[in-house]
Design a protein around this ligand. Structure first.
Ligand SMILES: Nc1nc2c(ncn2[C@@H]2O[C@H](COP(=O)(O)OP(=O)(O)OP(=O)(O)O)[C@@H](O)[C@H]2O)c(=O)[nH]1
Ligand SMILES: [Mg+2]
Length: 297
């Protein structure tokens, strides 16, 4: 029997959703950092197994959003409640049950999808500390399955894939076998740059930066890709910080992004970065759309 369907990965920021997506797919299609609110879009990852096609949807972390950008991110995540066949609700065991986890559980009450509870980051705690967290969450909601995992080490992932397959409906192969994600190479290149910015900068900068790839040109003969990208910031002062003394910061971001891109695209990369101020873009509907942030993507 061939089964297929859409599996939404949801949870608070920083619990390990994108790490899990990458672990399942076996490629770094979604960026991950130790800072919350890394993911801003829905990112599809397609896993083909012998008797099924599992289509995972990584989503932004659900949190109390205040700015229009954050509200869009949360809407992108909660949108999967309607478009998925199964939800994977991730919590991280080292942090225990967080107030926002309870809010997410409350928002799951009216949906009819099976929800699998994933207790993530079990590599960080002793086994006996996992059970109390499971107990507490089990009292709040009737989960279809509860599986302790480590997205980092891969522990529990084969069991998870098996359980998902069991819950999926019979269905067709929606996407070609060799398709890994719905995201373009341009998107992934922009995200790799954004990951380096998040890792290398501080305070509000990770949250007020948007990267757009302006040009992506492949020279197949030379196995070379030329990429030009613009880093958009929301204030003049942030532009100076991103460029750094004598361009130091921008150079660092570029070098690290290029190294990752060369691995991902298996090609030599020429990367050119520009910084541009787009005043208060995180509050501007038109600019949010221009930078690729809409509920439906
Ligand atoms: N030790 C350990 N760390 C993990 C595990 N899974 C994720 N992490 C780390 O947790 C941090 C957050 O991971 P992400 O995958 O970016 O989390 P996310 O839920 O996608 O976060 P947002 O996109 O901000 O919502 C990163 O530093 C990961 O390396 C795990 O199983 N074990
Ligand atoms: Mg993420």
């Amino acid at each position: 029997m061939f089964k297929s369907g859409f599996i939404g990965i949801i949870g608070r920021p920083n619990v390990g959703k994108s790490t899990l997506l990458n672990a399942i797919i076996g490629e770094r299609i979604a960026i991950t950092t130790h800072k919350p609110q890394t993911t801003r879009n829905r990112i599809m990852g397609i896993k083909n197994i012998e008797n099924g096609q599992l289509i995972f949807l990584d989503t932004p972390g659900i949190h109390k959003a205040t700015t229009p950008l954050n509200q869009l991110m949360v809407a992108t995540a909660t949108d999967t409640f309607r478009s998925a066949d199964i939800l994977l609700f991730l919590v991280e065991v080292p942090e225990g049950v967080h107030h926002d986890d309870k809010l997410i559980i409350d928002s799951l009450r009216n949906i009819r999808l099976p929800v699998i509870l994933l207790i993530n980051k079990i590599d960080l705690v002793r086994k006996e500390n996992i059970l109390p967290v499971i107990d507490q969450l089990q009292q709040l909601f009737s989960f279809a399955e509860i599986i302790p995992i480590s997205a980092m080490t891969g522990d529990g992932i084969p069991v998870l894939i098996e359980q998902i397959w069991k819950l999926l409906p019979e269905g067709p192969r929606y996407f070609p076998d060799d398709m890994m994600t719905d995201r373009t190479e341009r998107f992934i290149a922009a995200e790799i740059i954004r990951e380096k910015i998040i890792l290398l900068t501080h305070q509000e900068i990770p949250y007020t930066t948007a990267v757009v790839v302006d040009s992506f040109k492949e020279d197949e003969e030379k196995n070379l890709i030329r990429i030009q990208a613009t880093i958009n910031v929301s204030k003049d002062s942030q532009k100076g910080i991103l460029i750094g003394k004598k361009g130091d910061m921008l150079k660092k971001i570029g070098t690290r992004a290029r190294t990752d891109m060369e691995k991902f695209f298996a090609a030599k990369i020429y990367l050119e970065l520009f910084v541009r101020v787009r005043k208060d873009w995180t509050h501007d509907t038109r600019m949010l759309k221009e930078f690729g942030y809409t509920e439906k993507t």
